[in-house]
Design a binder for this molecule. Sequence first.
Ligand SMILES: Nc1ncnc2c1ncn2[C@@H]1O[C@H](COP(=O)(O)OP(=O)(O)OP(=O)(O)O)[C@@H](O)[C@H]1O
Length: 254
Amino acid sequence: MINVENITKQYALSKKQRKELQINSTSVAAVNNVSFICKPGRVFSLLGPNGAGKTSLLRMVSTILKPSSGDIKVDGVSVIDNPQEVRRKIGFLTGSTNLYDRLTPGEIVKYFADLHGMERSLFNERKENLFEQLNINEFSKKRIGQLSTGMKQKVSIARSMIHDPSVVIFDEPTSGLDVITANSIIELIRQCKKDGKTVIFSSHIMSEVDLLCDDLAIIAKGNLIYNDTMDAYRKQSEGKSLIEAFINIVNQNN
Ligand SMILES: Nc1ncnc2c1ncn2[C@@H]1O[C@H](COP(=O)(O)OP(=O)(O)OP(=O)(O)O)[C@@H](O)[C@H]1O
Protein backbone atom coordinates (compact mmCIF):
# COMPACT_ATOMS: atom_id res chain seq x y z
CA MET A 1 0.00 0.00 0.00
CA ILE A 2 1.24 3.50 -0.81
CA ASN A 3 -0.39 6.54 0.83
CA VAL A 4 0.69 9.80 -0.74
CA GLU A 5 -0.40 12.54 1.65
CA ASN A 6 -0.37 16.20 0.56
CA ILE A 7 3.01 15.95 -1.11
CA THR A 8 4.73 19.08 -2.40
CA LYS A 9 8.15 19.33 -4.03
CA GLN A 10 9.94 22.56 -4.79
CA TYR A 11 13.35 22.53 -6.44
CA ALA A 12 15.70 25.34 -5.50
CA LEU A 13 17.04 27.05 -8.62
CA SER A 14 20.65 28.15 -8.97
CA LYS A 15 21.54 31.53 -10.49
CA LYS A 16 22.52 29.76 -13.69
CA GLN A 17 19.19 27.85 -13.86
CA ARG A 18 17.25 31.12 -13.24
CA LYS A 19 19.10 32.74 -16.10
CA GLU A 20 18.51 29.77 -18.42
CA LEU A 21 14.79 29.61 -17.57
CA GLN A 22 14.55 33.44 -17.63
CA ILE A 23 12.70 33.60 -14.30
CA ASN A 24 13.38 35.50 -11.06
CA SER A 25 11.85 32.99 -8.68
CA THR A 26 14.39 31.09 -6.54
CA SER A 27 12.46 27.81 -6.73
CA VAL A 28 10.18 25.86 -9.04
CA ALA A 29 7.16 23.86 -7.85
CA ALA A 30 7.30 20.37 -9.43
CA VAL A 31 4.55 18.76 -7.31
CA ASN A 32 1.71 20.68 -5.58
CA ASN A 33 -0.14 19.18 -2.63
CA VAL A 34 -0.82 15.80 -4.26
CA SER A 35 -2.58 12.93 -2.45
CA PHE A 36 -3.57 9.44 -3.65
CA ILE A 37 -3.58 5.80 -2.55
CA CYS A 38 -2.17 2.74 -4.37
CA LYS A 39 -3.60 -0.55 -3.14
CA PRO A 40 -2.01 -4.02 -2.97
CA GLY A 41 -2.85 -6.43 -5.80
CA ARG A 42 -3.61 -3.49 -8.10
CA VAL A 43 -1.64 -1.60 -10.73
CA PHE A 44 -1.71 2.18 -10.36
CA SER A 45 -0.71 4.27 -13.33
CA LEU A 46 0.62 7.82 -13.17
CA LEU A 47 0.03 9.80 -16.34
CA GLY A 48 0.83 13.35 -17.33
CA PRO A 49 2.45 15.45 -20.04
CA ASN A 50 6.22 16.04 -20.10
CA GLY A 51 7.39 17.92 -17.05
CA ALA A 52 4.16 17.20 -15.11
CA GLY A 53 6.00 15.95 -12.03
CA LYS A 54 5.71 12.14 -12.44
CA THR A 55 9.38 11.32 -11.97
CA SER A 56 9.64 13.70 -9.03
CA LEU A 57 6.69 11.95 -7.37
CA LEU A 58 8.05 8.44 -7.98
CA ARG A 59 11.46 9.50 -6.70
CA MET A 60 9.86 10.76 -3.50
CA VAL A 61 7.98 7.45 -3.05
CA SER A 62 11.27 5.60 -3.50
CA THR A 63 13.07 7.89 -0.99
CA ILE A 64 15.61 9.18 -3.55
CA LEU A 65 14.14 12.66 -3.24
CA LYS A 66 12.91 14.35 -0.06
CA PRO A 67 9.48 16.01 -0.17
CA SER A 68 9.33 19.74 0.65
CA SER A 69 6.17 19.02 2.64
CA GLY A 70 3.66 16.21 3.19
CA ASP A 71 4.45 12.53 3.73
CA ILE A 72 4.30 9.19 1.92
CA LYS A 73 3.65 5.93 3.78
CA VAL A 74 4.75 2.67 2.21
CA ASP A 75 2.99 -0.22 3.95
CA GLY A 76 2.49 2.22 6.81
CA VAL A 77 6.15 3.31 7.02
CA SER A 78 6.94 7.01 6.49
CA VAL A 79 9.51 8.04 3.87
CA ILE A 80 10.39 10.98 6.13
CA ASP A 81 10.78 9.13 9.45
CA ASN A 82 12.15 5.81 8.24
CA PRO A 83 13.48 5.92 4.65
CA GLN A 84 15.74 2.89 5.20
CA GLU A 85 12.81 0.67 6.18
CA VAL A 86 10.87 1.96 3.16
CA ARG A 87 13.80 1.03 0.88
CA ARG A 88 13.61 -2.57 2.09
CA LYS A 89 9.98 -2.72 1.02
CA ILE A 90 10.33 -1.29 -2.48
CA GLY A 91 11.83 -2.11 -5.85
CA PHE A 92 12.45 0.94 -8.04
CA LEU A 93 13.08 0.81 -11.75
CA THR A 94 13.81 3.74 -14.05
CA GLY A 95 14.69 3.95 -17.73
CA SER A 96 18.31 4.83 -16.95
CA THR A 97 19.84 1.60 -15.74
CA ASN A 98 23.19 2.81 -14.34
CA LEU A 99 24.71 -0.68 -14.01
CA TYR A 100 28.41 -1.36 -13.56
CA ASP A 101 29.80 -2.20 -17.00
CA ARG A 102 32.45 -4.60 -15.74
CA LEU A 103 30.15 -6.94 -13.80
CA THR A 104 27.96 -9.75 -15.16
CA PRO A 105 24.16 -9.85 -14.55
CA GLY A 106 24.71 -12.66 -12.00
CA GLU A 107 27.27 -10.58 -10.09
CA ILE A 108 25.06 -7.49 -10.08
CA VAL A 109 21.99 -9.18 -8.63
CA LYS A 110 24.18 -10.96 -6.05
CA TYR A 111 25.65 -7.60 -5.02
CA PHE A 112 22.17 -6.13 -4.46
CA ALA A 113 20.94 -9.27 -2.69
CA ASP A 114 23.89 -8.94 -0.31
CA LEU A 115 23.01 -5.29 0.33
CA HIS A 116 19.55 -6.50 1.34
CA GLY A 117 21.09 -9.21 3.53
CA MET A 118 19.38 -12.07 1.64
CA GLU A 119 20.06 -15.69 2.57
CA ARG A 120 21.90 -17.66 -0.12
CA SER A 121 19.19 -20.31 -0.72
CA LEU A 122 16.44 -17.68 -0.99
CA PHE A 123 18.66 -15.62 -3.29
CA ASN A 124 19.35 -18.62 -5.58
CA GLU A 125 15.66 -19.48 -5.86
CA ARG A 126 14.61 -15.90 -6.53
CA LYS A 127 17.41 -15.32 -9.03
CA GLU A 128 16.55 -18.50 -10.93
CA ASN A 129 12.90 -17.44 -11.21
CA LEU A 130 13.68 -13.89 -12.30
CA PHE A 131 16.36 -14.90 -14.81
CA GLU A 132 14.01 -17.45 -16.35
CA GLN A 133 11.04 -15.09 -16.43
CA LEU A 134 13.09 -12.34 -18.07
CA ASN A 135 15.18 -14.63 -20.33
CA ILE A 136 18.43 -13.44 -18.78
CA ASN A 137 20.08 -16.87 -18.70
CA GLU A 138 21.30 -16.66 -22.32
CA PHE A 139 23.49 -13.64 -21.47
CA SER A 140 23.96 -14.01 -17.71
CA LYS A 141 27.71 -14.57 -18.00
CA LYS A 142 28.44 -11.62 -20.30
CA ARG A 143 29.63 -8.30 -18.89
CA ILE A 144 27.04 -5.50 -18.74
CA GLY A 145 29.19 -3.36 -21.06
CA GLN A 146 28.58 -5.91 -23.85
CA LEU A 147 24.78 -5.96 -23.50
CA SER A 148 22.08 -4.14 -25.49
CA THR A 149 19.75 -1.53 -23.92
CA GLY A 150 16.91 -4.06 -23.57
CA MET A 151 19.18 -6.67 -21.98
CA LYS A 152 20.45 -4.06 -19.51
CA GLN A 153 16.88 -3.08 -18.71
CA LYS A 154 16.05 -6.71 -17.89
CA VAL A 155 19.07 -6.95 -15.57
CA SER A 156 17.99 -3.71 -13.96
CA ILE A 157 14.54 -5.20 -13.30
CA ALA A 158 16.06 -8.36 -11.81
CA ARG A 159 18.25 -6.17 -9.60
CA SER A 160 15.30 -4.10 -8.32
CA MET A 161 13.12 -7.20 -7.72
CA ILE A 162 15.64 -9.61 -6.19
CA HIS A 163 14.63 -8.92 -2.57
CA ASP A 164 10.96 -9.62 -3.38
CA PRO A 165 9.65 -6.12 -2.52
CA SER A 166 5.98 -5.70 -1.61
CA VAL A 167 5.84 -2.43 -3.54
CA VAL A 168 7.24 -1.99 -7.04
CA ILE A 169 7.73 1.35 -8.75
CA PHE A 170 8.36 1.54 -12.48
CA ASP A 171 9.22 4.88 -14.08
CA GLU A 172 8.56 4.48 -17.82
CA PRO A 173 9.75 0.85 -17.72
CA THR A 174 9.35 0.07 -21.42
CA SER A 175 10.60 3.34 -22.88
CA GLY A 176 12.90 2.65 -25.84
CA LEU A 177 12.48 -1.13 -25.75
CA ASP A 178 11.47 -3.47 -28.59
CA VAL A 179 8.00 -5.06 -28.37
CA ILE A 180 9.31 -8.44 -27.19
CA THR A 181 11.35 -6.98 -24.34
CA ALA A 182 8.53 -4.55 -23.49
CA ASN A 183 6.14 -7.50 -23.38
CA SER A 184 8.27 -9.43 -20.90
CA ILE A 185 8.17 -6.37 -18.63
CA ILE A 186 4.40 -6.14 -19.00
CA GLU A 187 4.15 -9.84 -18.06
CA LEU A 188 6.31 -9.20 -15.01
CA ILE A 189 4.05 -6.33 -13.91
CA ARG A 190 1.06 -8.69 -14.29
CA GLN A 191 2.84 -11.28 -12.16
CA CYS A 192 3.56 -8.65 -9.48
CA LYS A 193 -0.15 -7.90 -9.37
CA LYS A 194 -1.03 -11.61 -9.10
CA ASP A 195 1.46 -11.92 -6.25
CA GLY A 196 -0.48 -9.21 -4.38
CA LYS A 197 2.21 -6.53 -4.70
CA THR A 198 1.39 -2.84 -4.94
CA VAL A 199 2.49 -1.62 -8.36
CA ILE A 200 2.82 1.98 -9.47
CA PHE A 201 4.14 2.94 -12.86
CA SER A 202 4.41 6.00 -15.07
CA SER A 203 4.05 5.77 -18.81
CA HIS A 204 3.33 7.77 -21.94
CA ILE A 205 2.08 4.67 -23.73
CA MET A 206 -1.70 4.59 -23.43
CA SER A 207 -2.07 1.06 -24.87
CA GLU A 208 0.18 -0.20 -22.07
CA VAL A 209 -1.89 1.65 -19.47
CA ASP A 210 -5.05 0.18 -20.98
CA LEU A 211 -3.63 -3.35 -20.73
CA LEU A 212 -2.30 -3.16 -17.20
CA CYS A 213 -3.81 -0.57 -15.04
CA ASP A 214 -6.59 -0.79 -12.42
CA ASP A 215 -6.38 2.75 -11.04
CA LEU A 216 -4.97 5.91 -12.49
CA ALA A 217 -3.97 9.44 -11.63
CA ILE A 218 -3.26 12.24 -14.09
CA ILE A 219 -1.03 15.09 -13.08
CA ALA A 220 -0.30 18.28 -14.97
CA LYS A 221 1.98 21.12 -13.91
CA GLY A 222 2.42 19.38 -10.58
CA ASN A 223 -1.30 19.22 -9.77
CA LEU A 224 -3.44 16.10 -9.46
CA ILE A 225 -6.23 16.62 -11.99
CA TYR A 226 -7.78 13.12 -12.14
CA ASN A 227 -7.79 10.07 -9.85
CA ASP A 228 -10.16 7.14 -10.25
CA THR A 229 -10.38 3.53 -11.33
CA MET A 230 -9.58 2.58 -14.93
CA ASP A 231 -13.19 1.38 -15.30
CA ALA A 232 -14.49 4.83 -14.32
CA TYR A 233 -12.01 6.45 -16.71
CA ARG A 234 -13.20 4.23 -19.58
CA LYS A 235 -16.83 5.02 -18.74
CA GLN A 236 -16.30 8.76 -18.67
CA SER A 237 -14.37 8.58 -21.99
CA GLU A 238 -17.81 8.04 -23.64
CA GLY A 239 -16.61 6.28 -26.75
CA LYS A 240 -13.58 8.54 -27.20
CA SER A 241 -10.18 6.89 -27.35
CA LEU A 242 -8.25 6.82 -24.09
CA ILE A 243 -5.74 9.25 -25.62
CA GLU A 244 -8.50 11.72 -26.57
CA ALA A 245 -9.97 11.46 -23.07
CA PHE A 246 -6.50 12.12 -21.59
CA ILE A 247 -5.97 15.20 -23.80
CA ASN A 248 -9.44 16.52 -22.88
CA ILE A 249 -8.79 16.18 -19.15
CA VAL A 250 -5.39 17.90 -19.44
CA ASN A 251 -6.78 20.73 -21.60
CA GLN A 252 -9.76 21.29 -19.27
CA ASN A 253 -7.32 21.83 -16.42
CA ASN A 254 -4.87 24.05 -18.25
N1 LIG B 1 16.67 18.84 -10.32
C1 LIG B 1 15.76 19.73 -10.75
N2 LIG B 1 15.97 21.06 -10.57
C2 LIG B 1 15.05 21.96 -10.99
N3 LIG B 1 13.89 21.63 -11.59
C3 LIG B 1 13.64 20.33 -11.80
C4 LIG B 1 14.57 19.31 -11.41
N4 LIG B 1 14.03 18.09 -11.76
C5 LIG B 1 12.84 18.35 -12.34
N5 LIG B 1 12.60 19.68 -12.37
C6 LIG B 1 11.41 20.37 -12.90
O1 LIG B 1 10.28 19.82 -12.21
C7 LIG B 1 9.16 19.65 -13.09
C8 LIG B 1 8.72 18.19 -13.06
O2 LIG B 1 9.72 17.35 -13.62
P1 LIG B 1 9.60 15.74 -13.67
O3 LIG B 1 10.87 15.22 -14.22
O4 LIG B 1 9.17 15.27 -12.34
O5 LIG B 1 8.40 15.57 -14.73
P2 LIG B 1 7.90 14.27 -15.53
O6 LIG B 1 6.40 14.30 -15.44
O7 LIG B 1 8.58 13.06 -15.02
O8 LIG B 1 8.36 14.60 -17.00
P3 LIG B 1 8.69 13.61 -18.27
O9 LIG B 1 7.39 12.97 -18.68
O10 LIG B 1 9.17 14.60 -19.29
O11 LIG B 1 9.74 12.64 -17.82
C9 LIG B 1 9.65 20.13 -14.47
O12 LIG B 1 9.23 21.46 -14.61
C10 LIG B 1 11.14 20.04 -14.38
O13 LIG B 1 11.76 21.02 -15.21
